[in-house]
Design a protein around this ligand. Sequence first.
Ligand code: ARG
Length: 451
Amino acid sequence: MWKGRFSKTTADLVQQFGESISYDWRLYPHDVAGSIAHARAQVKAGTLTDEEFSQIESGLREIESEIAAGDFEFSIEKEDIHMNIEAALTEKIGPAGAKLHTARSRNDQVATDTRLYCRTAIDALTSLIKDLQLALLNRAEKFHDTILPGYTHLQRGQPVTVGHHLLAYVEMLDRDTQRLKDTRKRTNVSPLGSGALAGSTINLDREQIASELGFDRVTTNSMDAISDRDYIAELLFACSLIGTHLSRLSEDLILWCSSEFSFATLSDAHTTGSSLMPQKKNPDVCEITRGKTGRLFGNLTALLTAVKGLPLTYNRDLQEDKEPLFDSIDTLTLTLKVNTEMILELEINRETCQTAASDPLLLATDLADWLVKQGIPFRSAHELVGKAVAASEESKTPLDEIDLTKVDPAFTPEASSVFSLQTALAARTNPGAPSIENVRSEISRWQKSLQ
Ligand code: ARG
């Protein structure tokens, strides 16, 4: 492609070191679409005839089908997907093929392809996230009124329901969807026509190219357009945060499936056994999900590090953007799919949850609230209930069985009315709180909005 200036061919090791075709081949549908749009604009600019355009278009479509069918031979001498396709085109159609690259550089070409790839990935992830939300919603509905302890510091705190707990993840995933939607706005901008870095002396209708490729608008500074990889960083961050949410869900499930908690059971299809210990049923999907999250962070870090020291505009370091990007998208795609399948078959052990939630200490705050309702300042109420808890511990008698009136006269016999889980939950009617009524209405709100 640059034989004019060089008298020696590229060294084998340099080829091996610099090639990207082994991974960027997958940009091919975007590269073909971008080239066709670029060729169409060249007709308008007067650098291609209609006849040449038709040859280019059908040649590129043929190449696209050959690649899709696995009938295309990629070569590392042609470095990347852009040169592999261009060379094959010229071989196929002759001189018209050699005109395709007029007013274009691989710099604006790769930026275009990558933006199109990211846009497709964003749309696919959005739909996979929705599937997972629907799976969580399905379980939240089935177990909407199963009471279990809610934890802080992994210590039992206050009663909630399984429905409320699972809906917390639906919320996280909704923020992820919003984040992807926002990232998409900055991704869906056409850099094509920015050339190597300073546009071109040939007048291309950039708006036409952009609209043919489904971009919302064109970039407005050729130097920025060539070197901008922010949209990849944003996507890799969005992937990292989705991974974080899935990793936290995994951790909850790992705890819930332990003998110590026994709140949940995963299907045999989504767990594995031990080669040594016959009794084991391991939550490997959850553990691998938690593990893969580190890799998503690593990909984000790799990209930010590759970009941070680069002077404007294109530097070959930027070729290092693609492997982290592809890896995060592939990793997250499979992670979302397998988690959706697993959640749909998640079973909750209602009795164990109920038993754990029946610990009267979960209602210690409610007891303090009862005192507050009798006119006692919260700080004093907190202290009085603290004394009651200490008395319960000392006498090894559950909090709901000790004589509270003996702890302090502020407690009357009616105080023990707080020791009902049903009443405690029913009282939590503030927006966002876990009364069963609230959880039901949140479930139907999500069902409507996800439809
Ligand atoms: N394979 C290259 C990349 O991914 C394409 C752009 C090459 N541009 C260049 N000036 N060498 O970044």
